[in-house]
Design a protein around this ligand. Structure first.
Ligand SMILES: Cc1cc2nc3c(=O)[nH]c(=O)nc-3n(C[C@H](O)[C@H](O)[C@H](O)COP(=O)(O)OP(=O)(O)OC[C@H]3O[C@@H](n4cnc5c(N)ncnc54)[C@H](O)[C@@H]3O)c2cc1C
Length: 407
């Protein structure tokens, strides 16, 4: 016999009434579950746990996210639907910038646009030069990955890269080429590719729809609409990144017979630049100061000695110790440094947002329980001035030792 479903209007009423003493007992204890679309749905009301003082605590490590051990681990793993394109009717090729070896948000926007253009029939190909650290090509929307490595593509090698892209053009005849119109490589590479292919690209494109694209023109004062050409140099936020599918990331090879080596450019190696002039978003090593920095002269001296680019929390900027352009965080610059050294910064959520993709975070702070220490890979607990002073001395000693060794 079919089991009948009985409603309990009183319980339903209590479950809607937050002030009722039995309210919590009637709440669902599921913290997250996979919704019908394959996306993870979260119940924010069951996050965290009640601490000994009766206050609700949220464990940022994620172990207790959801309020109980039964909800952690395998249940929280997101399994987005996998998209497999066996026989694509056409290809959309994206050449991401891969700043610091990872997909930037600009790259992800382009992959989002590529997926829109690919629809159900096409496949998105990403071309990546040299070693990378990216582990999320699948969720970023890459169906095929062409990974080109070797001395020929090392450092600044636009001619060689364009030659490889032209070979790929012959091999796949893509419906569209998408290149980030950026200063971090894509802008130049895309224009060189256009010249080599003899095609007029659309530049600074911020929208592509219905076969038309709109790009900025006239020093950013005007928009120019035109039929979307094959080669599109797109601006950041040209589309939403992929968020609801997983892709195959099937490796493909470049047909070597289509590719020839060029050697007109001699790479003379990297040139030392003043870290103080490096834009924050591109800096690899940032020394960032907050309200816990009491000796700013010493802070600048430490940055110079370490060869680090300076950053700051909003409080340090508001207090006039650092220029606004140096602010890191939600309302400042989002940085992607390999090493982020935070001195006297508490780790407010707005600040942590700005350093979310930094590789290694080191905290210098007096408070071992602050959020920056929790976020850090390495923490030094103590007075910022004493630690900066010791750091400067260590670096100097090390360099002098190095010079003796060399002698
Ligand atoms: C809408 C909005 C947007 C915001 N955007 C940003 C943003 O983009 N970026 C940002 O940074 N903030 C932002 N904030 C501000 C943010 O909420 C915090 O107020 C700010 O980040 C705190 O800066 P702080 O960590 O330097 O200062 P504090 O919170 O005062 O922390 C100082 C830290 O220094 C430590 N300390 C004190 N003395 C010493 C010492 N002698 N030696 C070592 N450590 C010491 C303390 O233990 C503490 O952890 C925003 C706020 C709002 C409301």
């Amino acid at each position: 016999m079919k089991e009948s479903f009985r409603r309990d209007p009183r319980n339903e009423w209590i479950a809607r009434n937050r002030l009722h003493p039995l309210y919590s007992a009637l709440q669902t204890q599921e913290a997250s579950w996979i919704g019908p679309s394959g996306l993870v749905r979260k119940n924010p009301h069951v996050s965290g746990f009640i601490g000994p003082n009766g206050l609700k605590r949220i464990d940022r490590s994620g172990v207790q996210q959801g309020g109980g051990s039964q909800r952690s681990g395998t249940k929280a793993a997101v399994q987005l639907p996998l998209r497999i394109i066996e026989q694509p009717s056409f290809y959309i090729v994206v050449v991401p910038d891969m700043v610091n070896g990872r997909l930037s948000s600009h790259d992800k926007d382009l992959l989002g646009l590529a997926n829109t253009l690919a629809g159900d029939e096409g496949a998105v190909v990403a071309v990546v030069f040299q070693a990378h650290k990216e582990g999320g090509f699948d969720t970023a929307g890459v169906d095929r990955l062409l990974h080109l490595q070797g001395e020929a593509f090392a450092d600044y090698s636009p001619e060689q890269r364009v030659t490889a892209l032209c070979a790929l053009d012959t091999q796949l005849n893509p419906a569209h080429w998408l290149v980030p119109d950026s200063r971090t490589g894509g802008g130049e590479l895309g224009r060189r590719l256009a010249a080599k292919l003899g095609e007029r690209p659309a530049t600074r494109v911020w929208q592509v729809a219905d076969g038309q694209c709109i790009g900025r023109a006239g020093a950013g004062q005007q928009d120019m609409a035109r039929t979307a050409p094959r080669l599109i140099l797109a601006a950041a936020e040209c589309a939403d990144p992929v968020s609801d599918t997983r892709h195959e990331v099937r490796a493909i090879e470049l047909n070597e017979t289509l590719f020839h080596r060029v050697g007109r450019l001699d790479n003379l190696g990297a040139v030392a630049v003043d870290p103080a002039l490096t834009p924050m978003a591109e800096a690899e090593f940032i020394l960032s100061g907050g309200n816990g920095v009491k000796d700013w002269e010493l802070f600048h001296q430490a940055a110079e000695t370490l060869g680090a680019t300076e950053g700051a929390s909003r409080v340090a900027v508001d207090d006039g110790f650092m220029p606004r352009a140096r602010q890191v965080g939600a309302t400042g610059t989002w940085v992607t440094a390999q090493v982020y050294l935070a001195v006297g910064i508490s780790g407010a959520v707005q600040h942590l947002q700005g350093i979310a993709t930094c590789d290694k975070v080191v905290a210098i702070n007096q408070d071992p329980a602050c959020d920056m220490v929790k976020r850090a890979d390495l923490a030094v607990i103590g007075d910022s001035a004493a630690i900066l002073q010791a750091l400067i001395e260590r670096v100097r000693e090390h360099r002098q030792g190095g010079m003796h060794d060399a002698a």
